[in-house]
Design a protein around this ligand. Structure first.
Ligand SMILES: Cc1ncc(COP(=O)(O)O)c(C=O)c1O
Length: 423
């Protein structure tokens, strides 16, 4: 089967691409386990899990069955005034597995929307207490999505969101945590954010951050003590803490949720991406009884959000099957094995003069180059080497499905070495 790539390039917008000079796209006709099959017949080992999502690779029997089973009952039904078992089952599972205290669940359509929901929850909480606040504090190099609220708390420098700055809410930005995950802790790393809180606490509704792993803002891993310090800072000044676990959730870092590294619970958490095992778009924002009750007893009396496809039964049913599968396989051992292999197989990249840094956490491997890469050229090299790896900026990174085989992972790492050394 050949794919009409000409029509695609003339008419279809892809993520972050130009319509006049689009980056080349490869036609994919099927995907199974950790292999993507192109219309040319080439088979590529998947290193991306379709952007953190496909934990078990593709065409997963249990997830297919859950989707088919639910499809025969109902694909969708409005969530206003109606409810259904898949949403209830999913909410039970999320309450059970997320950090403790997060017992109220809002089902959202995508990661970015779940961030909007989290920001609105924080604003409505303070509004309900008759202490309205209008700003959020976050850390540099963060990424929280492409909708307006999410863009406002994403680092404006370097991100394409910069061009909207006249239209975005003005938020507060603290420096990126200077102490990396593997370095010795130095508490002065919290000084600047502590100062910003002291100067602005009357107006800060919440601190929002990606716990431990900053993803699209640079694939940087910071020290768990920083996160612990932020929780303490929020407690001291009665600020809310929003943890965006959209990329880190469901085991990717080696913990089920990255907040566990610091043994903290946020006041609001966002989860998405891997929630459906990468099958379809779904996310959730969870919060505490206290916040939910305060919002509900405030002037508005309700939480002001309710998308058309909220709690889509098909997505909820697949999410339930995905969480069940995750908890039934030995995900922690699998992630540990991937971590070990990434550490040993990516180590040779450290010796390349083109490479700035190599870092690994859980099932995430990152090779940071000294210079930015030409995505089109590098992507082609990877495809020729039989792997699917999509770099951005100076970063070549992989987050393979947890079910990847050892030889497949070795091939991914060898391809990274080959491409990095030729760049
Ligand atoms: C940490 C984080 N937050 C939010 C988002 C946005 O999620 P979505 O693309 O599903 O809107 C992403 C997506 O990459 C993310 O990594």
């Amino acid at each position: 089967m050949s794919i009409d790539l000409q029509f695609d390039s003339n008419h279809l917008w892809h993520p972050y691409t130009s319509m006049t000079k689009p980056l080349p796209c490869y036609g994919v006709v099927s995907a199974n386990k950790c292999i993507l099959e192109l219309d040319t017949g080439e088979q590529l080992i998947d290193g991306m899990s379709s952007w953190w999502a496909c934990l078990f690779g593709y065409n997963v029997p249990e997830l297919n069955a859950a989707a088919k089973n639910q499809l025969d009952k109902m694909a969708h039904v409005m969530f206003g005034g109606l409810t259904h078992q898949p949403a209830i089952d999913l909410a039970k599972k999320l309450v059970e597995i997320t950090p403790k205290g997060l017992d109220k669940v809002f089902l959202a359509d995508s990661g970015s929307v779940s961030v909007e929901v989290a920001l609105k929850m924080a604003l409505q909480y303070w509004h309900a207490l008759d202490k309205p606040k209008s700003q959020f504090l976050t850390i540099r190099n963060g990424y929280h999505g492409d909708t307006f609220g999410a863009m406002s708390v994403t680092d404006p420098e370097g991100s394409k969101h910069e061009l909207y700055h006249n239209f975005l809410a003005k938020q507060l930005f603290a420096p990126q945590p200077a102490v990396a995950f593997s370095q010795d802790w130095d508490k002065s790393c919290l000084d600047e954010i502590t100062r910003i809180v002291a100067d602005n606490k009357q107006n800060i509704a919440a601190i929002i951050l990606e716990p431990i792993v900053q993803g699209a803002g640079g694939m940087y891993f910071y020290h768990p003590q920083y996160l612990k310090g932020i929780r303490a800072l929020c407690d001291k000044h009665q600020l809310l803490l929003i943890a965006d676990e959209i990329a880190t959730g469901f085991g990717r870092t080696g913990k089920l949720f990255a907040c566990e590294f610091a043994d903290i619970s946020p006041d609001i958490i966002c989860v998405g991406k891997a929630i459906t095992g990468g099958y379809m778009s779904l996310a959730a924002t969870l919060t505490t009884d206290k916040i939910a009750n305060t919002i509900s007893q405030g002037k508005a009396g309700v939480f002001m959000h309710g998308p058309t496809f909220m709690g889509n039964p098909l997505a909820c049913a697949v999410a339930c099957a995905s969480i069940d599968k995750l908890l039934s396989i030995d995900w922690s051992d699998k992630v540990k094995n991937i971590e070990q292999l990434l550490n040993s197989c990516l180590a040779p990249c450290r010796d390349l003069p083109q490479v700035q840094d190599v870092r690994v956490l859980g099932a995430i491997g990152v090779v940071e180059m000294k210079e930015s890469l030409d995505v089109a050229i590098v992507q082609k090299q990877f495809v020729e080497l039989g792997v699917w790896i999509r770099p951005f900026g100076k970063l070549i990174y992989i987050m393979p499905p947890y079910v990847i085989e050892k030889e497949q992972l070795q091939r991914l790492c060898t391809a990274i070495y080959t491409v990095a050394s030729a760049s």
